[in-house]
Design a protein around this ligand. Structure first.
Ligand code: ZN
Length: 353
């Protein structure tokens, strides 16, 4: 999943969007030789995801699959009956968020083909899927209490716990591992895996030098910034450092002139400009956070420093905002610029060092 917040039209300034409007659900649009753009609906504020079909011999290699839901299955059926005839040869998944991996198990079973994914994304998805049917763990409740959530928010968290698995069709029991730097022949072309992290544990982008294309997943998006969050299973994680390092890596390894095929919004040119804008807005956010930490603050107290729009009681929005606030706070703690202390109220209070 990606964030729906915290970006401005200024962030997209200077980008070109040469592919025109998105294809309708159930249809596909060729954006480069043998590379087709598919769009699927999502039941969130961010209401769509882009998927890609690559000519692979007589069939199609798919990149990402849509959220596990009957609507997505119906749209795939429509595609196989029309725009994408012929078998699916393999299913690539950039990362394990439900909008990307949701239908992977359905597609691989339907066509008897394999799932190509990084090891950490596969294993993380299996682990999160196993939470469905469990009670919310004490560690997770304590994590959100330390962040400053009240009892009502914690109760909503308990009620919704395990929701991840409900959006993901059962994964295949084995997979083909994607490795950083690996070169993979798909149809007539070679694609290179460019791994990144911070948005998810081991996110794969695919770069094709011959076609000058980058399938960027959620690592770089043109209109919104990627969600970079701390989650209860690893409360001391520093995903913002990982994400910023991954932007640097993409800038080094992928040239500025590629056409970027992102998972949300429209294909664009201007990769390096976009990376610079994303990096710049994160550094501005960190600077506002440093100012805010002149006084002791909890994670829930710093939304105003980090997000342009108000964070309402909407549970999904609040979860994302809390995870992102903690990502920024952990970044400053890791760099020695802030200190964290557990208060008598059970909340963690952060202050500039
Ligand atoms: Zn994602």
């Amino acid at each position: 999943m990606a964030d729906t917040s915290s970006d401005t039209p200024a962030g997209a300034r200077g980008l070109e969007f040469p592919c025109g409007p998105a294809p309708h659900t159930g249809s596909a649009k060729e954006v480069a030789p043998g590379v087709w753009w598919i769009r699927m609906p999502l039941p969130f504020a961010l209401n769509h995801i882009n998927l890609w079909a690559l000519r692979d011999g007589d069939g199609w290699a798919l990149v990402d699959t849509g959220i596990g839901a009957p609507d997505t299955a119906a749209a795939w059926q429509q595609l196989f009956a029309g725009a994408l005839p012929g078998p699916v040869t393999r299913v690539f998944v950039t990362h394990m968020h439900p909008d990307h991996i949701g239908m992977a198990g359905w597609l691989t079973r339907k066509f008897g083909c394999r799932l190509w994914i990084s090891r950490l994304e596969y294993l993380s998805c299996r682990a999160l899927g196993a939470d469905t049917g469990r009670e919310a763990p004490d560690d997770a409740i304590a994590f959100y209490r330390r962040a400053g959530w009240d009892e009502e928010a914690l109760e909503t968290y308990r009620a919704r716990f395990g929701g991840f698995g409900k959006m993901v069709y059962a994964l295949p029991d084995s997979f083909r591992r994607l490795r950083d730097g690996e070169e993979i022949t798909i149809g007539a072309h070679t694609w290179r895996v460019v791994m990144g992290n911070g948005h998810s544990p081991e996110h794969a982008c695919l770069y094709c030098p011959a076609l000058q294309l980058l399938i960027s997943g959620d690592q770089v998006l043109p209109g919104i910034s990627s969600n970079v969050s701390v989650f209860p299973a690893e409360p001391d994680a520093n995903p913002l450092a990982d994400w910023l390092a991954s932007l640097d890596k993409l800038e080094r390894e992928v040239p500025a002139g590629v056409l970027v095929l992102p998972s949300h919004n429209e294909p664009f040119r201007g990769l390096h400009q976009r990376i610079a804008a994303l990096r710049g807005s994160q550094h501005q956010a960190l600077e506002r956070l440093r100012q805010a930490l002149a006084q002791p603050r909890r994670a829930v107290d710093v939304y105003g420093a980090l997000f342009a729009r108000p964070i309402t009681a909407d549970h999904q929005l609040m979860s994302m905002a809390t995870g992102e606030s903690l990502a920024h706070l952990n970044y400053l703690v890791a760099s020695g610029e802030a200190r964290a202390a557990l208060g008598e109220d059970g909340c963690t209070w952060y202050r500039r060092a």
